[in-house]
Design a protein around this ligand. Structure first.
Ligand SMILES: Nc1ncnc2c1ncn2[C@@H]1O[C@H](COP(=O)(O)OP(=O)(O)OP(=O)(O)O)[C@@H](O)[C@H]1O
Ligand SMILES: [Mg+2]
Length: 426
């Protein structure tokens, strides 16, 4: 053991250098080489506590037998808490001096047999960071001075270990914050891009609507005025132009509707409407669809009037979309049944088809915008996949709901429930 002056020098040097030591590993080696060794201990092992594995791990050492040439330990042991003398010190967080190791059955021999041992815990705020251990080949080697000196070293080391731990936590927080910032930025970029895309589509649709409407008008006039002396070829060209023009007008209108709905700008004017009549007239004006797809619309007449609070135009829009879907996905010659029923709280309009049906796994997909279940090249039917997304939002805006039941290969029933008005207009 060094004298008081030298001890003070070593401790002083430790205190001055401590602040600049960057890692736990380097601290352990500094303690062994630059502190405990120069203090006159012939042997020293610094164990650091691995919280995850709950073991003390030999991290740095000096001494004849452990004597590493570089930062390497021969036979690095891992000790469980409570195991041996070091494990005991770690468990109870109290220093121990064993004068005669041969009489202590906790002793676990390392490289070579020792006669006495001193071990102090590395603890800060009740938290275990490790232990400093020294052995001697002589019994009764360690004195109170050894104990006091090593305890001082351990106290300084523990404070530094705690600081390093806090630094690490801080660093992790900073990293997390940076990652979060990056995610938010990416989200913002994606949202901006999405908005730019929607704005562009909306502007383009607006711009397209006027010329398209006039083209459609001109085609209609042409069709009407020259019908008498039309050749077959010209007529079929004209028909095709009108069909495609109608499809484009519908697409543009659907898109503009959808854009209005998501922007919360869709204004509905709900009023009491007799649904039986409105449904029937909607089916009547949709007979063209039935012809196009060679199916039959069968309307189940009802006698009692059924009043609901709806926006007439939007109700017609929903029903026409359901009729068009039923027609598109039905086999040729098949009926599509339309009925209006009273469910006590709502007036239900149902459209039942005997077509391809919808698999359970696509139950929620059909209401997603731009979703079409069979999007393969083999898909026969036209459309953009906006119809049900729009219809469902419209139904909700009228305090109603759009839903369906279906079995694959057998057909589907789509129904829209709208708030019923009792005893109207009586
Ligand atoms: N009656 C039905 N039978 C079988 N599948 C249907 C039926 N109705 C809708 N679907 C499926 O749901 C998808 C979405 O329907 P939606 O009405 O939203 O779009 P679309 O008819 O394809 O196009 P759009 O209505 O915009 O012209 C359809 O493409 C189809 O795959
Ligand atoms: Mg549709």
């Amino acid at each position: 053991m060094t004298d008081d002056r030298d001890t003070l020098k070593v401790i002083n040097n430790f205190a001055l250098r401590l602040i600049a030591i960057p890692t736990k590993h380097e601290l352990a080696w500094f303690i062994a080489r630059e502190v405990v060794g120069p203090l006159g201990f012939d042997d020293c092992v610094v164990y650091l506590y691995d919280e995850e594995k709950e073991v003390l791990r030999q991290t740095a050492a000096i001494g004849e037998l452990k004597n590493p040439t570089s930062e390497e330990i021969r036979n690095p042991l891992e000790i469980r808490i409570g195991q041996g003398i070091t494990g005991h010190v770690a468990q109870f967080q109290e220093p121990l001096v064993i004068d005669v190791l041969s009489k202590d059955d906790r002793y676990i021999p390392d490289i070579g047999i020792a006669q006495s041992e001193i071990c102090v815990p590395l603890v800060a705020d009740g938290r275990l960071f490790g232990v400093i251990d020294s052995e001697s080949p002589t019994a009764f080697h360690f004195t109170d001075t050894h104990l006091q000196t090593l305890t001082t070293v351990a106290a300084m080391a523990s404070a530094k270990l705690r600081l390093l731990e806090q630094d690490r936590t801080l660093e992790m927080h900073e990293k997390l914050l940076a990652a979060e910032k990056e995610t938010l930025h990416a989200l913002h970029v994606a949202e901006t891009a999405n908005k730019a895309k929607t704005d562009f589509l909306a502007t383009m649709s607006h711009e397209l609507r006027t010329p398209l409407t006039s083209i459609r008008g001109a085609l209609g006039l042409l069709n009407a005025s020259v019908i008498s002396n039309q050749t077959e070829d010209n007529q079929s060209l004209l028909d095709m132009a009108m069909r495609n023009c109608d499809a484009l007008v519908n697409l543009v209108n659907d898109f503009l509707d959808y854009e209005k709905i998501i922007a919360g700008k869709m204004v509905l004017s709900a009023a009491p409407v007799e649904i039986g009549q409105l449904a029937k007239s909607t089916v009547d004006i949709s007979q063209g669809l039935a012809q196009t797809y060679s199916i039959r619309f069968v309307f189940n007449e009802t006698t009692a009037p059924m009043w609901a609070r709806v926006d007439e135009t939007r109700y017609v829009q929903i029903l026409r979309n359901l009729l068009s879907n039923a027609a598109k996905f039905s086999p040729i010659g098949s009926p599509v049944e339309i009925s209006v029923d009273d469910t006590d709280t709502h007036i239900r309009t149902s459209v039942k088809d005997f077509g391809i049906g919808i698999a359970d796994k696509h139950r929620f997909d059909v209401f997603e915008r731009f979703t079409q279940i069979d999007s393969s090249d083999a898909r026969r039917q036209s459309g953009t996949g906006l119809g049900l997304a729009i219809s469902s939002s419209l139904a909700k805006s009228m305090d109603g709901i759009l839903n369906f039941e279906s079995s694959l290969g057998e057909g589907s029933v789509f129904y829209v429930d709208l708030p019923k008005i009792d005893n109207y207009p009586g």
